[in-house]
Design a protein around this ligand. Structure first.
Ligand code: SAM
Length: 271
């Protein structure tokens, strides 16, 4: 994959940062607390693999953790640094650096953490299962490994891959149009389904939930869906069974319900 084909997540996140507010940060904190089933991360070390905007690193900082954030994309590193500059200038307990979840030498130098968090990242590295293999080694015994991986929907996942490949073949100025068309198609279908269920057809509730859970605006989520390459997917058993064999126990799970989106897994390293 050439650098041109690789999706520039940073462009997306930079735009997202302009819309960041306190409500979104609280939403991010709550989503961490909910799946980890904790109220605080006081005294914990937190590794944010593929930090993107840095929002979840910021949420972990606010919950009391010492955070190391890294991302492959220099613009994401810059976004995360911008968040630190805004909210924790000079904060010693938040370190940010460029790095790859597939770079074994880099990862070996990081040590181990109470929490390793890779939300929506490993399926964008180009080698999902190696990414899991390498980053799971960074979890301390008794620590938590929290990952979110695209659900494998068979034919539908292959169609998404073709849409994403098409996005990258378009000239840059045409790409928002593709995102708009795809988003309009799906949002209209969802609206129609809501109407049939006797609900308000407008997507306001969905969009608010997205904003509260991930701090992501609906538009940025659609851009991510249409342009996020590399793109891999996994069935539950492809993630759970190998990790179980390595001594990880599944503590919490939030699936995409067989549909599109991410399955979210919270493992604890037992042995
Ligand atoms: C969909 S975003 C998720 C960002 C963030 N984890 C979150 O939960 O909002 C995917 C991120 O993975 C990063 N990424 C892709 N390949 C990577 C790699 N090999 N190592 C580290 N980060 C990578 C991208 O730059 C991007 O920031």
């Amino acid at each position: 994959m050439t650098p041109e084909e690789r999706f520039q997540f940073g462009d997306n996140w930079k735009a997202f940062l302009t819309t960041l507010d306190d409500e979104r940060i609280r939403g991010a904190q709550n989503s961490l607390k909910e799946l980890l089933e904790v109220n605080s991360l006081n005294g914990k070390t937190f590794l944010d693999v593929g930090s993107g905007s840095g929002l979840m690193s910021l949420a972990a900082m606010r919950l009391g953790a010492a955070v190391l954030s890294f991302d492959y994309d220099p613009q994401c590193v810059a976004c995360t640094e911008e968040l630190k500059r805004r909210y924790y200038p000079g904060g010693e307990s938040w370190k940010i650096e460029p790095g790859s979840a597939l770079d074994e030498d880099y990862l070996n130098g990081l040590g181990q953490f109470d929490l390793v968090y890779a939300w929506g990242v490993l399926h964008h590295t180009g080698d999902l299962f190696r990414g899991i293999e390498l980053t799971s080694h960074l979890v301390k015994k008794g620590g938590i490994y929290f990952i979110a991986i695209y659900n494998d929907q068979g034919g539908a996942s292959r169609r998404w891959l073709r849409i994403k490949q098409g996005y990258h073949r378009l000239p840059r100025f045409m790409r928002p149009l593709l995102v708009f068309l795809i988003a309009s198609f799906f949002e209209s279908r969802y609206a129609f389904a809501r109407l049939l269920r006797g609900q308000n057809p407008l997507p306001i509730r969905d969009w608010k939930q997205k904003k509260m859970e991930r701090g992501m605006s609906a538009w940025h989520d659609w851009v991510d869906w249409c342009g996020g390459l590399p793109f891999e997917v996994a069935k539950l058993e492809q993630v759970v069974v190998p990790l179980f064999k390595k001594g990880f126990a599944l503590q919490n799970l939030k699936t995409a319900g067989g549909g599109w989106g991410c399955n979210q897994y919270v493992f604890q390293k037992i042995t």
